[in-house]
Every structure is written in C-alpha cells, then in structure tokens.
Ligand binder design. Structure first.
Ligand SMILES: [Zn+2]
Length: 272
C-alpha cells in the first residue's frame, strides 16, 4: 500500500514510520528497502483486503498520473466487506491495475462490487502474450479521432490474454508498454462478438482528469455502443457519428445562446 494512517493523516511510508491500515485499522510498518517499491505492510498476517496485490513499479507509475486523493480509495459495502480501489476518479470510475493472473470468480466479484469498473492489465507478464495478442487481431477500421485510432475484430482464439479476459463485463485496457497506446477489449456484444479498440494512452488519462463530465463519459458511451455493435466497423460508425452529432448540437446551442444574448447588439454596435 502506498498510504497508511499516521497521526490521523494519510501518509506515504518512510523509514522507521509506523501507521495503521486504512481498511482494517491494524498496525502497519513502512517497508523502504532497495528492491521492492516502498510500501506499507501489515505488521502481522491477517485478513485485510484479499484483492490487494503487491504493488510493482508499474502500478506506481500508473497511479502517479492521478491525484493522490483518487489513489487507494476504500469502499465499504453494507455487509461490512471492504476493498481498496487502486484509483477512483471524481466521476466514480474505479480503475484497477492488474499485474498478476486472477480467477474468473474474483473478476466477477469485483464487477459486482464496483459499479463503474475499468481494468488496466499488464500485457507483458508472459513472453508469448504480445505476439499472440496482435496476431489475433484484424484491423477493420481506422478513424480520425482524438481518443481512438483503430478498431479490430478478433479473428482467432490463440491469445491467452484475450481468452482470459474476453468474458469480462467491464472494459479491459491492455498495456504492452507502448508509449502512446493502450488496447481496449470491449465487453462481448449481444451476439458474443469481441472487439478491440486502440486508445491513445495520454487521452485515457486526460479524459479521467478532465473537469467536464461529458468528456469522461466517452468511455461509458463506447461501452454502451459496444453491446449493440455487430462488428468493429459498425461500432465506430455508430460511435463516431454520435460524437459528430454532439459536436454539432453543442455548436447549435452556442449559436442560439449568442442570438438570444440581449447585449449582442450593443456589443456589435460598440465594435463599429
Ligand atoms: Zn488492513
């Protein structure tokens, strides 16, 4: 964990510091060694959050793109069950960074626990994963879009990564350590088809950080459309036109507001 409570404040670990877990409130010790990333560990092995995985440099690098208050956010259900989300954005998206393999049962329970869940999955854990992944894709559509680039149909089942994650109900972003790109596996559509979309990495981050609510709902919209799309091409056509329409609508609203502005004529005459 990156944070524990020290004297009533969320603090990062430092040599010799003692704290308490934000979840189970048991004592934690700061681990600040040379090999692993500096972290807090429970003093004794006990039942805390069973979903929490040991953090790697990869986890920390992802998390640091987001404000500290969004990191390691505790969720408690009425039943008393609690989990610590890697990131929870101000629009209530929970982003989980997954390095180790995980059972489908655990995946389903996370889906049930978090309402708006996105996965970012490390794509380089097994040597064969990238090759298998990319040779299973067929690019069917490229768009001029600030967020998305190419949409692909999945043409074979030889990728273990895609097999592991293709029944996931939440969208999965595979990170193959490409500086500009993530690959988003969309939830299976009604016909059982799987679609993968290339996403600009920085835009994935920016959209979460953006202040406007509509901008980060681009993901919500994309996933809604994915459910009804018959192919990657169909998905992009629907999605892209919708966004074009929205842009046009915003323009019309702005034009209308300008027309109705009672000071418009005054301002216009002042300019003359
Ligand atoms: Zn704990």
């Amino acid at each position: 964990m990156r944070f524990a409570m020290v004297d009533g404040e969320r603090k990062e670990p430092a040599r010799g510091l003692a704290g308490t877990c934000t979840g189970c409130h048991q004592p934690t010790v700061a681990k600040c060694g040379e090999i692993k990333v500096h972290h807090w560990a429970h003093k004794s092995k006990l039942e805390c959050d069973p979903w929490w995985e040991n953090e790697t440099e990869w986890h920390r690098n992802w998390k640091k793109h987001f404000p500290e208050t969004w990191q390691e956010v505790l969720h408690k259900a009425d039943s008393g069950e609690f989990h610590r989300a890697d990131i929870k954005t101000d629009k209530n998206w929970v982003v989980e960074f997954q390095y180790s393999p995980m059972s489908s049962a655990e995946r389903s329970s996370r889906n049930a626990f978090y309402e708006k869940l996105l996965w970012v999955v490390h794509g380089l854990r097994r040597k064969k994963d990238p090759d298998q992944f990319f040779s299973s894709l067929k690019v069917v559509k490229t768009v001029e879009d600030p967020v998305f680039r190419r949409a692909c149909d999945v043409t074979s089942d030889k990728s273990a990564l895609l097999r592991d994650w293709s029944n996931e109900k939440a969208p999965v972003f595979f990170d193959f350590n490409e500086p500009e790109i993530l690959w988003c596996l969309l939830p299976r559509n009604a016909e059982g088809k799987v679609i993968v979309v290339e996403v600009i990495r920085q835009r994935f981050i920016d959209l979460h950080l953006a202040n406007s609510i509509s901008s980060s709902d681009i993901f919500g919209e994309l996933f809604r459309f994915a459910a009804s799309a018959t192919s990657a091409e169909d998905l992009f056509l629907k999605f892209h036109y919708l966004r074009q329409d929205e842009k046009r609508q915003k323009q019309l609203i702005a034009e209308e507001a300008w027309r109705r502005n009672p000071f418009r004529n005054q301002r216009a005459s002042r300019r003359l």
